[in-house]
Design a protein around this ligand. Structure first.
Ligand code: UD1
Ligand code: UDP
Length: 366
């Protein structure tokens, strides 16, 4: 056995990455305790508000980041450039066996690019996802990182197929979805953090919504279309919307005012969110992660986009793509009672994705 522990340098920066990293950090614990792994956790600082960052570390028992680069806000170039500049010396210092990164944010891209140029192996969790819409910054990030990665951990068979189409077949592993691992682990704990009583929400008697994609928030006509659709939803039942800071800023800039039946609240913790999701009549969202969580809980999802990376939720009949179109939002709401009768096959593995990722990372390294 190699006496030197395997060094894994994880880079995270945004809310969904903390959630994904929580699963893998937990699966790494035994190997860290046995000194087979040295784990360096780097937070780029991309998300920095307490309720967009620290809260997730607390709720999900994620070890405190070893380093926080404090790079939040600003345009893509400035943010990604600053991350690259600060990640390079760290990677040189630690010479990790793996630089581990998640999803499709600017932090993901910076991690992949910095590591690959320093000849350190890159492992990408949530590899192979595609929207085929290059106007999304996330699509650029994920395509580039996949092409830089040595190990590609795919959550779905569609993701494996997408990589194959691009000629990436080496180092590809279908492991399932780490977000499913986390949702299973915290499902029971979520009830104790319920916000439903505080907001007077009945089980199945409200809609939950989120909206933060640049393509929606930064285009005033799309943002207005979404809020017009949410106003139609509010005729049926109250809409609760934990508001991403990006969306709050754009609503103020464009003068978009919510209908009185649409209740804007601050971003909530993961446990509070799971509880709101699980008991909603339907979820209206442009989030990637929330489309899947709706499926995990058997709650119909209405996606405020023209395409999705999570195509299997649509094929299974649990997710409807409605764009930013008010009437299509209202029509999709009409159909949600039928959705609940559909079968819900296991599309995202069986909750052991993180353990499989850790096993694959350590294979051949010790
Ligand atoms: C980022 C990701 C997106 C992911 C989302 C998860 C990229 C290109 N996009 O989008 O893939 O779905 O995170 O939520 O990386 N802000 C705050 N406080 C914070 C965080 C952000 O005020 O804690 C504001 C800042 O003004 C910032 C803006 O929100 O400029 C946008 O944040 P940014 O991290 O650039 O992108 P997101 O929209 O959060
Ligand atoms: N989430 C949360 N609180 C909120 C909104 C979202 O805990 O107020 C969680 C949500 O349950 C999911 C993840 O954040 O697990 C999704 O992150 P987000 O929608 O920001 O990003 P995306 O998945 O679209 O990249």
């Amino acid at each position: 056995m190699n006496p030197k522990p395997t060094c894994i340098l994880t880079v995270v920066g945004a809310r969904p990455q903390f959630i994904k990293a929580a699963a893998v950090a937990r699966a790494l614990e035994p190997a860290i305790a046995e000194k087979r792994v040295r784990h360096v956790l780097v937070h780029t600082g991309q998300h920095y508000d307490q309720n967009m960052s620290e809260l997730f570390f607390e709720q999900l028992d994620i070890p405190r980041a070893d380093i926080n680069l404090g790079i939040g806000g600003g345009g893509h170039g400035r943010m990604t450039g600053a991350m690259l500049e600060q990640l390079e010396p760290l990677i040189e210092q630690h010479r990790p066996d793996w630089v581990l990164t998640y999803g499709d944010t600017n932090s993901t891209l910076a991690a992949g690019l910095a590591a690959a140029k320093l000849h350190r192996p890159v492992a990408h969790v949530e590899a192979g996802l595609r929207s085929f819409n290059r106007r999304m910054p996330e699509e650029i990030n994920r395509v580039l990182v996949d092409h830089l990665s040595d190990r590609l951990f795919c959550p779905t068979t569609a993701a494996v197929d997408n990589l194959s189409q691009e000629g990436i077949r080496e180092g590809v592993h279908l492991v399932g979805d780490v977000m499913y691992d986390v949702a299973l682990f915290y499902r029971d704990r979520a009830a104790s953090r319920s916000l439903r009583a505080r907001f007077g929400l009945e089980v199945g008697g409200y809609f939950l919504s989120t909206c933060h994609r640049a393509e929606n928030t930064d285009d005033p006509s799309r943002l207005r279309g979404i809020f017009a659709g949410l106003a139609l939803a509010a005729r049926e039942a109250p809409v609760v919307l934990p508001l991403h800071p990006r969306t709050r800023a754009r609503m103020a800039e464009f003068g978009v005012k919510p209908d009185p039946g649409v209740h804007l609240i601050e971003p909530v913790g993961y446990l509070e969110m799971l509880d709101l999701e699980a008991h909603a009549r339907a979820i209206l969202t442009d989030s990637g992660g929330i489309q899947k969580e709706a499926y995990f809980y058997g709650v119909p999802c209405i996606t405020l986009r023209t395409e999705t990376e999570w195509v299997e939720t649509v094929s299974a009949g649990w997710n409807t793509l409605v764009d930013a179109h008010p009437e299509r939002i209202a029509e999709a709401i009409e159909c949600t009672s039928e959705t609940r009768h559909r079968p819900r096959p296991e599309l995202y593995g069986c909750g052991d994705a993180a353990r499989r990722i850790v096993d694959l990372l350590l294979e051949g390294k010790e």
